[in-house]
Design a protein around this ligand. Sequence first.
Ligand SMILES: CC(C)(COP(=O)(O)OP(=O)(O)OC[C@H]1O[C@@H](n2cnc3c(N)ncnc32)[C@H](O)[C@@H]1OP(=O)(O)O)[C@@H](O)C(=O)NCCC(=O)NCCS
Length: 165
Amino acid sequence: MIIRQKELKDCEEWVDININSWNENLKGIVSDKLLKFMIDNRDSRIKKDISNFKQDNYNYVLEEDNEVIGILKLKKCSRNNYEDYGEVQVLYLKTKEKGKGYGKILINKDFEVFRSLGYNKVIIGCLENNPSNEFYKHLGGIFIGQEPWNVLDEHYIENVYEFNI
Ligand SMILES: CC(C)(COP(=O)(O)OP(=O)(O)OC[C@H]1O[C@@H](n2cnc3c(N)ncnc32)[C@H](O)[C@@H]1OP(=O)(O)O)[C@@H](O)C(=O)NCCC(=O)NCCS
């Protein structure tokens, strides 16, 4: 198993892991319209991802036997009142790889990267009712509140967790 920076060649797989994860894990939690929107926009998202591609220290893929099975995107937090936090923006595994410890490995990678950049706190948002809330709580995330998340014409609530790293 290796964790390496995302490369241009990973753009298509990156988008597919993201879209498939939503469709396989969030049915009934987000609307069918939103899930269909993601599928319908797959090709344009891949094109955009490729044309905006920039090598940086914040996008990672987890590879097992030369297959990308997980994706991780980090960023400096831009939410009000959390400017000195790191943030996990994307954390998805292929469904067949869930529950094998890879999520924990990616979270630890996240903490390692942010510590090396001088951060001591990380924030993660997780949609209300997503079973993955339990994953974050289990790993020591402290629930610090809820924030609205609006997409298309729909309104969702995100639970926000803080990790002291
Ligand atoms: C969330 C996700 C990244 C977690 O990765 P994972 O590899 O399945 O989790 P791990 O196997 O590393 O689990 C680590 C620990 O959390 C626990 N855990 C993981 N998911 C859990 C869940 N849904 N409910 C309760 N506990 C959970 C595991 O039992 C394990 O406990 P242990 O360390 O005591 O053995 C992965 O399941 C996933 O991609 N889910 C779908 C997409 C998603 O919701 N992403 C998060 C968006 S906010």
